[in-house]
Design a binder for this molecule. Structure first.
Ligand code: BG6
Length: 480
């Protein structure tokens, strides 16, 4: 890793303290990034020492297994550098003077600044070099609709080539997400069942108990559809529905994901009502604590119409999935918090010994709180009677005693190694906005339905369901 640098733009901000530095520190501690030189860049006129103290404090707060006496953290902080500067090419030239070799630029900035920062880096001569490689990591959201995403692409590509731009979606760094691909494509027994002949429906859910927290300024402009569905859930959807790739090559994987997005039946103004639902939380109780309504949260306008819950039904027009609904939903302040991809198999034709019909099997990929793979099946109940019951076969993902790496740690290593497989190519972003634009347009008017904090979400989500389907309860019961 000699001569490899990471320059964080927006180094004094929230993302750097909460996620990037803790992830970088843990990588350093594990010996993965020794030799990587990290430089913070931000508008605050701080000394290098002040920046180091600031990061040390952040590590103390945000690294769960932080130990004060750990010599690693002293070493890690002592190796950090800091440059003061804004988003003008003239100011950024200082980076070129101080940082030599290959450079990964990480835009940990507010999204409206992504374009200007990428352009300024290029104008300062930092996007290309003969001294090594140059890469640019761009956080989500990439645009706020199709037109703004296209505009941002143009700005970035005026200075950067597509292969050097890494659009990050941290869900792609989660172990279970990566395992979904391995499990699907490395096991013979699954592929014959992975189609509309055997699968009845798929539910991709990420309910959260958290509210808007300290992110009012961002969230009230984004809402649940842009914050969670357009990126995280649609990526999980693509990985579940895509065709088996002919190789693990990043371009092939991304081609296959785009193919799925292109096969989704588009929304139009008439189908939005039956295929999309939105809600906003009111006061209630979550984890036995009283919580305020969204409109009463600090920084949220009292008449805000931003949705804190969104649900969609995707229909895919291809041979594999015709007739299988994919339901996607996410909401803040719901009854419990977890993320899962739940695949429901069709019913078996024969009745059970007691004359009832066997419940459908589910295969559930749990991303959190604990990563696991679960198969909900019917088995004989032990005993003299020939009765049946539901059993859940669970394969926990984490290995006893093995070190776990967070999604950011996984993805940061990929950015340094130049592995683009778990990053979004522009056409993935483009097709996701293309699909969601009509929904966003329809939601410009009217109000989201209210739902009580700590509940299952708005009742209008039920309108999306095909006959015979029901949402899996948010209060966690794997077997349902
Ligand atoms: C972020 C969203 O991208 O993902 C947040 O902006 C959300 O609103 C978060 O809470 C969920 O990610 P995780 O990994 O905490 O489930």
């Amino acid at each position: 890793m000699a001569n490899t640098n990471l320059v964080i733009l927006g180094a004094t901000g929230d993302l750097t303290q909460r996620l990037l530095m803790p992830a970088l520190y843990r990588l350093y501690q594990s010996g993965y990034t020794r030799g990587l030189k990290i430089t913070g860049y931000a508008i605050e006129d701080w000394s290098k020492e002040h920046f180091r103290d600031h990061i040390q404090e952040a590590l103390r707060t945000f690294v769960s297994d932080y130990k004060v006496e750990d010599k690693c953290q002293t070493e890690f902080c002592a190796s950090l550098d800091y440059i003061t500067g804004g988003l003008e090419a003239g100011q950024m030239k200082e980076i070129g003077r101080r940082v030599k070799g290959s450079i990964l630029f990480y835009l940990a900035l507010p999204p409206p600044l992504f374009g200007a920062a990428a352009v300024a880096l290029g104008e300062a001569g930092l996007a290309q070099t003969s001294e090594g490689w140059r890469r640019l990591v761009v956080e989500k959201p990439f645009g706020t609709d199709l037109a703004s995403a296209e505009m941002l692409r143009k700005q970035i590509h005026s200075q950067w080539t597509e292969e050097n731009v890494l659009r990050i979606d941290h869900f792609l760094g989660k172990e279970t997400t990566q395992n979904l691909m391995v499990f699907r494509f490395a096991n013979r027994f699954l592929e014959p069942l992975w189609n509309s002949a055997h699968i009845a429906q798929v539910q991709i859910s990420c309910p959260e108990t958290l509210g808007v927290e300290h992110r009012a300024a961002y969230y009230d402009h984004a809402g649940a559809l842009r914050d969670m569905l357009q990126n995280h859930l649609m990526q999980l959807f693509c990985l579940t529905a895509m065709e088996p790739p002919s190789s693990w090559d990043a371009e092939v994987l991304r081609d296959h994901k785009v193919e799925v997005l292109r096969a989704v039946v588009p929304f139009n103004e008439h189908t939005v009502r039956s295929r999309a639902a939105r809600g906003q939380y009111t006061a209630g109780s979550v984890d036995s604590k009283n919580v305020p309504a969204y409109r009463q949260e600090p920084g949220i306008p009292v008449n805000s119409t931003t949705e804190t819950f969104a649900a969609l039904r995707f229909e895919i027009n291809n041979w594999r999935w015709q007739g299988v609904p994919f339901y996607l939903r996410s909401g803040k302040r719901m009854a419990s918090g977890y993320s899962e991809i739940a695949i429901q198999f069709r019913q078996v034709p024969d009745a059970l010994p007691d004359g009832s019909v066997a419940p459908n099997n589910w295969m559930i990929f749990r991303l959190q709180p604990q990563e696991s793979l679960n198969l909900v099946a019917t088995a004989k109940k032990p005993g003299m009677e020939f009765a049946t019951h539901t059993v859940v076969l669970t394969a926990p993902y984490a290995q006893e005693g093995a070190k776990e790496f967070s999604a950011y740690e996984q993805l940061l290593m990929d950015t340094i190694n130049g592995n683009c497989s778990h990053f979004l190519r522009f056409d993935e972003v483009e097709w996701s906005w293309r699909l969601l634009d009509p929904v966003l347009h329809a939601w410009c008017t009217g109000n989201p339905e209210e739902y009580t904090s700590g509940s299952e979400g708005p009742t209008s989500q039920n309108q999306l369901l095909t006959a015979g389907h029901s949402w899996r309860p948010v209060r966690m019961h794997l077997e349902n």
